[in-house]
Design a protein around this ligand. Structure first.
Ligand code: KIV
Ligand code: ZN
Length: 502
């Protein structure tokens, strides 16, 4: 049996330090419960001395969550440690995470101290924390740029003082994987009492190396990884949990396993993104919108023949329903046929060839080929087009909010009105009255593009129909219009045969 790798999630502490990502206590509890469901072992719930809000969040998360260890951060300062201990009083399993800077930069310029004094302060902090909890983690801040002998010395001393976990942060994201791996190996080989503590990695992503460094740390003996969902965190972020967990799952040569329920990764990623207002970049490994999207003809043909030709992870393993085949000018006939089949249009031989040629001409001119384009291309092979067009929206708010919507479906015009809790809700409900595909709106992200008062809102939606996801995108200066257009865009991607129109 391989070793257990402890997953320490710091989304709610290091991740939440990102400007604009702050959550209130209720939102933090929602995230903490999702992390518990995901199978995280340790949740770093906050830095209690930093603000009454952070203190309260650690208290409430401790009450709300049962299985994971709840960890509170402190500096190597008695008052910090006391406050961390108070915040943890309801935790079923509590951990204090205390530490101090250990690199020449931190010792000389930040702490204006000496190496001997730093060791004494680290040891005193661990001993003081031990008065409150058994489980004490020590962080050697900026260990990535520390002197190896000094790092070994302070780690040996804090373990003697009772540290159960020793955290070796690459605080500035400076290390290369080989260097970070060597730091962990040097601790394993040179610290006489290292077997009395678990070594933790804590990597930042300033050079885009956080995941590689973390994996190198594990390969050299670390057995706890400190990570965040979607890799959010200070500056360029922290190590992304989903990347490390899946790298370990894909590579059996790394002799560890985690207890993460990987099928819940995508859901947790979207929850964090939505609550923290932090869109996931489309090409983000594992959870990006394009992580399982294939757009070139060679790849599409390969994936359609056998998924593993171009995918190392089955999307279902991370909670993504299926890979997507995106239509572009580089798509082949297999991809076009795949999409036409989904629209209920079965073409073969010369008919397919003819439509494919027309498709290539169109795809050269147009970046995104949608359902409407395909239906127009195959118009002569279909009896009617069911394309949905948004003709008009309006809404009023005299006490209660009411929206009117006009849609054109094929050649027919349909109108409906609906109340709602806000204009967006009312407009979407009115659209649903006309088009009744019974979808679940699973994800709804609004992003400002330029941040000015005349800003353009970019809306991204994910609808679920049956088991399948359908994405809609739109941008407009009017958020309600952008939302309605994104909704219609997603509806247009649902195969015609799934629809019933009122
Ligand atoms: O990056 C870092 O060094 C930290 C410590 C406070 C653990 O976040
Ligand atoms: Zn950090």
């Amino acid at each position: 049996m391989s070793d257990k790798l402890w997953i320490f999630d710091t989304t709610l502490r290091d991740g939440e330090q990102v400007p604009g990502c702050q959550l209130n206590t209720q939102e933090k509890i929602v995230v903490a419960k999702a992390l518990e469901d995901l199978g995280v072992d340790i949740i770093e719930a906050g830095f209690p001395i930093s603000s009454p809000g952070d203190f309260n969040s650690v208290v409430e998360i401790s009450k709300a969550v049962s299985n994971p260890i709840i960890c509170a951060l402190s500096r190597a300062v008695e008052k910090d440690i006391e406050v961390a201990a108070q915040a943890l009083k309801f935790a079923k399993k509590g951990r204090i995470h205390t530490g101090i800077g250990v690199s020449p930069y931190h010792i000389q310029y930040k702490l204006r101290s000496t190496p001997e004094d730093i060791i004494a302060r680290g040891v005193a902090a661990v001993k003081f924390a031990k008065k409150f909890v058994e489980d004490v983690e020590f962080y050697a801040e900026d260990a990535g740029r520390s002197e190896p002998d000094f790092l070994c010395k302070i780690i040996e001393e804090v373990i003697k003082a009772g540290a159960t976990v020793v955290n070796i942060p690459d605080t500035t994201g400076y290390c290369l994987p080989e260097q970070y791996g060597a730091i962990i190996a040097s601790l394993k080989n040179n610290v006489p009492n290292i077997d009395k503590a678990i070594i933790a990695t804590h990597c930042h992503n300033d050079l885009g190396m956080a995941t590689a460094n973390t994996v190198a740390g594990v390969q050299n003996g670390a057995r706890q990884v400190e990570v965040t969902i979607n890799g959010i965190g200070e500056r360029a972020g922290n190590t992304s949990m989903e990347e490390v967990v899946m790298a370990i799952k894909c590579h059996q040569s790394i002799p560890v396993h985690t207890d993460i329920v990987t099928q819940k990764i995508y859901h947790t990623s979207r929850l964090v993104s939505k609550l923290m207002n932090m869109p996931v970049q489309p090409n983000k490994a594992i959870v990006g919108r394009n992580a399982f999207a294939h757009s070139s003809g060679i790849h599409q043909d390969g994936v359609l023949k056998h998924r593993e030709n171009y995918e190392i992870i089955d999307p279902k393993e991370v909670g993504v329903e299926e890979s997507s085949i995106v239509l572009t000018a580089r798509s082949g006939r297999a991809a076009l046929k795949h999409h036409l089949d989904a629209l209920g249009v079965e073409l073969e031989g010369d008919e397919l060839r003819e439509v494919y040629e027309a498709f290539l001409v169109l795809a050269d001119r147009k970046r995104d080929i949608g359902r409407k384009d395909l239906l127009e291309l195959v118009g002569k092979y279909m009896e009617e087009s069911n394309f949905i067009e948004l003709e008009k929206i309006s809404y009023s708010s005299n006490g209660s909010i009411n929206a009117n919507v006009t849609l054109k479906i094929g050649n027919q015009t349909h109108q409906a009105s609906s109340p709602g809790v806000g204009p967006v809700d009312a407009v979407l409900k009115a659209i649903e009255k006309i088009v009744t595909p019974q979808v679940d709106l699973e994800e709804f992200l609004i992003q400002a593009i330029t941040h000015g008062s005349d800003d353009v809102a970019k809306v991204h939606m994910r609808l679920i129909k049956g088991d399948k996801p359908y994405y809609g995108f739109a941008s407009d200066q009017d958020i309600v219009m952008a939302s309605a257009q994104a909704f219609v865009d997603a509806l247009n991607k649902i195969p015609v045969k799934e629809y019933a129109t009122a």
